[in-house]
Design a protein around this ligand. Structure first.
Ligand code: FES
Length: 190
């Protein structure tokens, strides 16, 4: 059979506009494959990237603002203050330190109410001691003295002892430890 005798054939679907030979279709296919491939590569990295960015996103925290267990209510009386060391976990970005001492306070009952005084002197931050003979709190650094209510009676301290928040529940006491600015007349959280 000669070429002239052959029936004219309809254009094939595989050729011409829209077929694999069509440059625009090949470009579109190539872009689709690239996007899919890129997504497969990046997807497993998303949690890892979030993990790497954690310390930048998360607030750096410490246990300073939380209530901390301070013992049973029964141990605190009206006459002799008890010194309580407060321990809590401290987190600083990546590092978590377990049960670190974050501060201390003197706890006693005054007029039927439990009081907690920070041991940090409001003058320049030395450690306040209790003088049992004088029934007074004293600072050894510059000789400030405070009565059992924390009121200053002598020395350069510009204000009374700093009280801390106390919470009681089922016979247990918890104290919220805070630090305050030193050398100023007002009690302002540091
Ligand atoms: S630091 Fe306490 S009186 Fe100065």
């Amino acid at each position: 059979m000669s070429d002239r005798d052959r029936e004219p054939q309809p254009p094939s679907d595989d050729a011409g506009a829209g077929g694999p030979e069509d440059p625009s279709r090949r470009r579109a296919l190539a872009i689709g494959v690239s996007v899919l491939g890129g997504g497969l590569v990046v997807a497993p990295l998303v949690p890892a990237l979030g993990f790497v960015g954690f310390p930048l996103r998360g607030a750096v925290t410490s246990a300073g603002g939380d209530f901390i267990a301070a013992g049973s209510r029964a141990q605190f009386g009206p006459t002799i203050p008890i010194k309580v060391d407060l321990y809590a976990d401290r987190r600083d970005a990546w590092a978590v330190e377990r049960q670190v001492k974050i501060g201390s306070c003197w706890v006693l009952e005054r007029d039927g109410e439990l009081k907690a005084f920070s041991t940090v002197c409001p003058h320049l931050g030395c450690a306040i001691e209790y003088d049992e003979e004088a029934s007074a709190f004293r600072c050894p650094c510059h000789r400030s003295e405070f009565d059992l209510d924390g009121t200053p009676v002598e020395g350069p301290s510009p204000r009374g002892l700093d009280t801390l928040e106390v919470k009681q529940d089922a016979g247990l006491v918890a104290i919220r430890y805070q630090r305050f600015r030193q050398g100023v007349g007002e009690k302002v959280e540091a």
